[in-house]
Design a protein around this ligand. Structure first.
Ligand code: UD1
Length: 372
């Protein structure tokens, strides 16, 4: 028996999660992987540069969806992805993370199984069970609904399993396998050290902070964004802050005409340059999900500019502190780090570079059981 696996990517945080899965798939001679890129992210700095850095092959199918409202984007992805399902008739569809492409492709697959097929394509969700319990975040909706549709749910941390069980998902479907994003980090760390980005940006190791910020909850309202910027201006009096600016945030800076000249801004960076920047930072300020995990593994203190995290292990075991968006709280926590109060942390179980190996073994054994 030969199996066809579709692996879906759409937005920046997907690429580093999918690269180790794709590499592992290639090792199974009875599996043909097909890479489908929805085109949710399309700019070179948010997409192509990751394919180059991670040595991902050109996608087998590029859906070219682009930006839009959530419903426009998700609906278009479903329409185009359904055509690919019809063309390939896959045995398994693998989706990662929590972006709109994740849910849209899982939903199209779940509906596709209602057709005249002998058996349904299996839906595998990598990074299942994470919950911020904040339904205002589009990612929370994407995660919950994708998990409800998935046949195989691969978790990165203990909270994932607990949340899924609480939601009534059968424990037979849940596998604690570790973190594929950390697989990518560990396999590229040495190569990233060769990046010239610190020279290019005139930075000295451990003498700067890195900022990333793009969540609608932080950047879409003028008041919130101006408050966070005031805190950053205060911190910038004590240390240099480097900020690779996300297109959404850039748009908001322009719209609200906010002053940012106290930050060292750059365009979005590629995977290797950004990894080098993170690994050598004194500390990190972020509203990203994945960066909370990367800093935990790199042992770099991380201040998360959100009220909650769907990745609590980075707080209980790692270097992460949740500070929210209150300017005083942000400044206070940054001062503590600058005065030497640094969380050391430890690396969570199974964040060892072998998550993709575990996932593929489980997923393809499962296929053999149900298909053969
Ligand atoms: C998306 C994900 C978010 C993830 C983030 C990483 C969802 C709901 N959100 O948010 O979880 O953390 O990606 O970057 O899936 N744009 C460009 N070029 C691009 C893509 C977008 O300029 O290649 C601009 C567009 O003007 C767009 C805006 O950025 O309107 C936001 O893009 P979008 O994909 O809607 O959401 P992100 O904020 O990137």
């Amino acid at each position: 028996m030969h199996y066809k696996a579709i692996i879906v990517v759409g937005a920046r945080p997907n690429f580093m999660k999918v690269a180790p899965i794709f590499t592992q798939c290639k090792k199974f001679h009875d599996v043909t992987p097909f890479l489908v890129h929805t085109g949710q992210h399309y700019d070179k700095e948010l997409s192509k540069v990751f394919f180059d850095d991670l040595k991902l092959p050109k996608p087998d199918f590029y859906l070219g969806i682009g930006s839009g409202t959530h419903s426009e984007q998700s609906g278009q992805i479903m329409i185009e992805f359904e055509k690919i399902l019809g063309k390939l008739d896959p045995d398994i569809v693998i989706v990662v993370g929590d972006v709109n492409s994740t849910l849209a492709c899982a939903l199209a697959t779940a509906k596709f199984r209602c057709g005249k097929r002998k058996y349904s394509p299996v839906i595998a969700h990598i990074e299942a069970g994470l919950r911020s319990h904040d339904w205002r975040m589009p990612e929370e909706i994407n995660r919950r609904l994708t998990d409800a549709l998935a046949d195989l749910l691969f978790t990165t941390e203990p909270s994932g399993q607990e949340n899924l069980i609480e939601e009534g998902i059968s424990s037979d479907k849940i596998f604690h396998v570790g973190n594929v994003m950390i697989d990518s980090l560990l396999s590229h760390k040495e190569q990233a050290e060769k990046s010239r980005i610190l020279n290019k940006l005139k930075l000295r190791k451990n003498k700067y902070a890195v900022l990333t910020m793009h969540r609608p909850g932080n950047v879409d309202e003028r008041g919130d964004l101006a408050g966070i910027l005031a805190a950053l201006e205060e911190i910038s009096r004590a240390t240099e802050i480097v900020f690779p600016v996300h297109p959404r945030t850039k748009k908001m800076f322009d719209r609200y005409e906010l002053k940012t000249d106290f930050l060292k801004t750059t365009a979005s960076l590629g995977y290797l340059d950004f990894l080098k920047l993170l690994a050598n930072a004194n500390f990190v300020l972020t509203d990203s999900g994945g960066i909370q995990e990367e800093t935990t593994v790199l042992k770099v203190p991380c201040l998360t500019l959100r009220e909650n995290t769907e990745r609590p292990v980075t707080v209980s075991q790692g270097t992460n502190i949740i500070v929210g968006k209150d300017p005083d709280a942000i400044v206070e926590q940054a001062r503590k780090i600058l005065s030497g109060e640094r969380k050391q942390g430890q690396i969570p179980d199974f964040w060892d570079g072998k998550a993709a190996q575990r996932i593929c073994k489980i997923a393809f054994n499962y296929l053999k059981c149900i298909v053969d």
